[in-house]
Design a protein around this ligand. Sequence first.
Ligand code: PNS
Length: 164
Amino acid sequence: MSKDRKSLAVYPGSFDPITNGHLDIIARGLSVFDEVIIAILINPEKHPLFTVEERLAIIREAYHGDARVHVDTFSGLLVDYAERVGSTVIVRGLRAVSDFEYEFQMALMNRRLNPHIETVFMMPAEGYSYLSSRLVKEVFQLGGRVSELVPPVVERRLREKWPK
Ligand code: PNS
């Protein structure tokens, strides 16, 4: 049976910066959906390390040449963004039980806001279950090694922010 429409999932987040845990979830997403849009939230209330433009450039470099991965930004409601781009699926990673409550609340709120959009949770490889953008920044700033935790472009950009 041939499919005439490509399945498209939205993978939203702050990605400040993107980590190998995020890349793992995106790879898993691509094993289920034809294409994934990495959607960076524009949140003026947060004080990110990397600007939205920097995060866009970093992710574009990490996925250079992969036609199945798109990068975009959004503000406002996630479900409205998903509808705008023609997706009915939100992908989120669940690392540990501690993620569950926040993710559960968001998924149910999003469902209430738009019942046609489904949230799909994916578990990263165990090795990434402790990994977060916040910890990567902290470890790097304090002189720890992050090369196994982030793509090379992120390590390079971290070094530009915090030269040793
Ligand atoms: O990487 P993060 O910070 O955990 O991602 C959180 C994100 C971007 C998925 C979430 O804050 C979000 O979807 N914000 C958009 C605003 C929105 O739709 N809020 C209502 C849903 S609970």
